[in-house]
Write a protein that binds this ligand. Sequence first.
Ligand code: ATP
Length: 304
Amino acid sequence: METSHEQCYRVRVPAKVNLALCVGGLADDGYHPLGTVFHAIGLYDDVIARPAPAGVTEISVTGEGVEDVPTDERNLAWKAARLLAETHGHGDLGVRLTIRKQVPVAGGMAGGSADAAAALLACSMLWDLDTGPDELHELAAQLGSDVPFALVGGNAIGRGRGDELVPLLSRGTYHWVLALAHGGLSTPAVYRRFDELGGEHSTDIPDEVLNALAVGDVRALADAMRNDLQPAALDLRPELAETLEVGRSRGALGGIVSGSGPSCAFLAASESDAMDLASALSRLPQVRATRRASGPVPGAKPIG
Ligand code: ATP
């Protein structure tokens, strides 16, 4: 039971879209090398850490998609808390984590990774550990390739498995509409289909994406966005092609499948265009819901 004077550390963490997701062929280590441009958008999960008896890790989840989120050691936030405690030689440290989700689950927006990043920060504060940015980054990379970006946010190039980050300065604010689908898509399944579809693979990020961001040219960015996983996601979920088509015909400057899907991300010219687009997309039967968000926004941050 929560008491008014109980210590409580809250961290807010954003979702991401990939403005470019350039995927190389399957390497010997079983991973696909990536060249990606991450972009953090203002759609957030909150992770709250409260004290618990020694050795106890508890997770409760509320909000978007709770029925699909594990509340045991399979939860990435659970893994993050345990990794942090063990790294500091205090495997017995306890925590009660509450996750308030707004980021769609298995939606290609790295919600689980975001929660892991937020849990690292929230537990570090709760346990009063001296964890600097480098250590946080290293622990984050052990938890998953999208986790380090959730700590920093903004825009960043990701190489390797996506965890070797170079921050990118950009101009302007970008208005996004997300079309959420019924059900999720498994990231490993999308990569498997990507391998089956074959073809030429390259991790080269198009210069046009980087140039458009540097000057804040939203139309050029919309034209240049690229997701190599999109054909695989469309193959597994053909109705997403219509979602993309309708979005473009209803005023989006551009639209792509977000990460491994099935969420689709559309760039709009303005906030009011984004509202019109969201309302058109929400009438499609394959669209479960729409969200509007702008980016870039900062990464995981303590909130009051
Ligand atoms: P990615 O592209 O990084 O795989 P995603 O956005 O497609 O991410 P997530 O929302 O991170 O997908 O969820 C993928 C799976 O991870 C879910 O099906 C769920 O079972 C599991 N999972 C573990 N921890 C979490 C968490 N904290 N929030 C959401 N899902 C989680």
